[in-house]
Write a protein that binds this ligand. Structure first.
Ligand code: ZN
Length: 213
């Protein structure tokens, strides 16, 4: 296999929607095949359904609006709901699960030579040392999967690294804006619909620029 494929890890959030948007619309990526993967993270934060609804709508949007740029969509499930009897506060970090899954997909598909992640200027500017350390650990998880492989480790790419969350938001088409999910603690109404909590860090951050838009 000589083809060169990019694997886009997609959560349905604003940052990874920005990445998907760039990969689909930017001619610079047109010569590479694209796999888009969503991990259904079932944990005590209870975001899985809200994220899945976003992912479904956004994937549909790009498939319908950009038939010139087809991609393969895949998903997997990572479920730690069974940790409940431990009554512990800790469960695996999304970033680590994402790195582990991405590496295993790339090992299985040798043509995957780049992993696209939704890191932004906002993360880098405001994340501080804590964020750097978590990124480093995730990259270590990624490389660890490759310790038994002979080929070189694929590169991480960050197509929206120079953009703030707000700039990404403004770049996204309206249907994608409306479908994207950002809240860390969704509140579900009785009809099963997810609503942003309006209290968490990302809710507050996003409200700032949605109100001013
Ligand atoms: Zn929230």
């Amino acid at each position: 296999m000589n083809k060169h494929t990019i694997l886009c890890m997609f959560s349905g959030g604003i940052d990874s929607s920005g990445v998907l948007h760039s990969l689909v619309t930017d001619p610079a990526f047109r010569d590479r095949e694209l796999i888009v993967h969503h991990i259904i993270l079932q944990n005590r934060e209870n975001r899985a359904k809200a994220e899945m609804d976003s992912v479904t709508a956004i994937i549909k949007h790009y498939q319908e609006q950009h038939p010139e740029r087809p991609f393969t969509y895949t998903q997997s499930v990572f479920n730690t709901m069974g940790f409940a009897p431990l009554q512990a506060n800790r469960f695996p970090f999304d970033m680590d699960v994402c790195a582990f899954t991405a590496a295993n997909i790339a090992v299985a598909r040798k043509d995957v030579r780049q992993i696209a992640m939704g890191r932004t200027k906002t993360d880098v500017d405001s994340g501080g040392q804590n964020f750097q350390k978590r990124m480093e650990r995730a990259q270590n998880v990624f490389r660890a999967v490759y310790s038994l492989e002979t080929e070189t480790v694929p590169d991480y790419i960050f197509p929206v690294i120079n953009m703030t969350k707000q700039a990404i938001w403004e770049m996204l088409p309206e249907p994608v804006q409306n479908a994207s999910w950002y809240c860390r603690q969704p509140q579900y109404s009785e009809d099963g619909l997810a609503h942003p909590c309006k209290q968490c860090i990302t809710c507050k951050e996003v409200q700032e620029f949605i109100e001013h838009a």
